[in-house]
Ligand binder design. Structure first.
Ligand code: KG4
Ligand code: ZN
Length: 341
């Protein structure tokens, strides 16, 4: 009996599912920090043709991919269904149809296996993805989440106890990369494409605005920056001048980075927090990573990023949050629903 209880406490294998946007992902994570598998079926090539994610196509693709992705995750992790202790599912925010595919699959699995079902907030996943890489992170910390749909500064007081300090009033950081890339006909997703082109340009060639950096609040606003890029391009086109796309990309990227760094460090100073944890797709940007780390060194603050693969959407980050909810004894009922915002 004693042995059984010990075994139960030790065994925390979480199967995570992520289908909030255009990646179908299933992961197996042991004890909150050991990835046994993290399979990601990306639909990027399909949506590229349309210059952005088409929600209806995304849900259909998730339906095609979910079972095979799950089978691959189990086989790579070398575990059996019976070894799983809980099913963690990202049930929001995201695209409704896409979330529903993942949630229905998760419910069916939890029901058939008689295992707990745990709903996970996708943004929380981006925060705690860092725990898969850095065991040394100390709480409290300030988290900057920069993804395609969200830009937020969050004060994490305890695991799962969060205070939102600021969000974007319009476009998210990743969204503005995607929209500028689309306007410049560079392709989708915009972030990695702009980052690559920016390497050939000068980051100080054009002085684009650094929105809301002069105001003492922690909100972001990127739509004015996007408009500034559009005006700049239109003016150049009018006078038939070479656009110098690389300089536009480098200067635009620099404006986003300086804005994110300035706001994040303002938050850390204001709340007197030493640790800064960054996550979300835009956190894969090498220049952002360097700028944040350099800024951290200057003022003696610790800055953490997940590995680049764990910045963009994946199910391992969902399993981590599921793990912490599980050890706190939390689980959801089959009434669990999705939410889009
Ligand atoms: O976190 P994520 O995979 O999905 C959402 O939750 O939205 O983030 C996707 C976003 C896209 O907008 C993409 O352009 C951006 O992250 N992104 C990047 C980079 N890689 C992905 N932005 C800037 N630089 C990158 N290297
Ligand atoms: Zn995401």
């Amino acid at each position: 009996m004693q042995k059984d209880i010990k075994k139960m406490i030790k065994r925390k294998i979480i199967l995570g599912i992520e289908t909030s946007c255009d990646e179908t992902s299933v992961a197996i994570v042991k004890n909150g920090d050991k990835i046994l598998s993290n399979i990601i079926a990306s639909q990027m090539n399909i949506h590229q043709e349309y210059g952005g994610v088409v929600p209806e196509i995304a849900s259909r693709e998730h339906m095609k991919n979910i079972l095979i992705t799950c089978e691959k995750a189990l086989s790579k992790a070398k575990i059996k269904l019976g070894d799983i202790d809980a099913i963690a599912i990202a049930n929001g925010p995201g695209l409704k149809g896409s979330l529903l595919v993942g949630l229905s699959f998760a419910k069916a699995m939890a029901f058939a296996l008689d295992k707990p079902l745990i709903g996970v907030n996708h943004i929380d996943g981006h925060i705690y993805a860092n725990f898969l890489v850095h065991k040394e992170i100390k709480i409290p910390f300030i988290s900057l989440i920069v993804s395609g749909g969200h830009t937020s500064l969050i004060l994490v007081k305890e695991i799962g106890k969060h205070e939102i300090l600021g969000t974007t009033r319009d476009d998210a950081a990743g969204e503005v990369f995607d929209k500028v890339a689309k306007y410049l006909n560079l392709g989708y997703p915009g972030g990695p494409i702009i980052e690559k082109i920016a390497l050939k340009g000068k980051k100080n060639a054009i002085l684009f605005p650094r929105p809301l950096t002069k105001t003492p609040n922690l909100d972001f606003s990127f739509s004015g920056l996007k408009t500034a890029v559009i005006y700049f391009v239109n003016e150049k086109k009018k006078i038939k001048k070479d656009l110098q796309i690389a300089n536009i990309c480098a200067s635009f990227q620099q404006a986003v980075i300086e804005t994110l760094v300035s706001k994040t460090f303002y938050a850390a100073e204001k709340y007197n927090i030493k640790n800064i944890v960054v996550g979300g797709g835009v956190a894969a940007n090498e220049s952002l990573r360097k700028s944040m780390l350099e800024a951290g060194k200057k003022v003696n603050k610790e800055v953490y990023f997940p590995s680049k693969e764990l910045c963009t959407d994946n199910a391992a980050m969902i399993a981590v949050v599921g793990y912490y909810k599980k050890i706190k004894g939390f689980s959801d009922t089959f009434d669990l629903d999705v939410y889009t915002e």
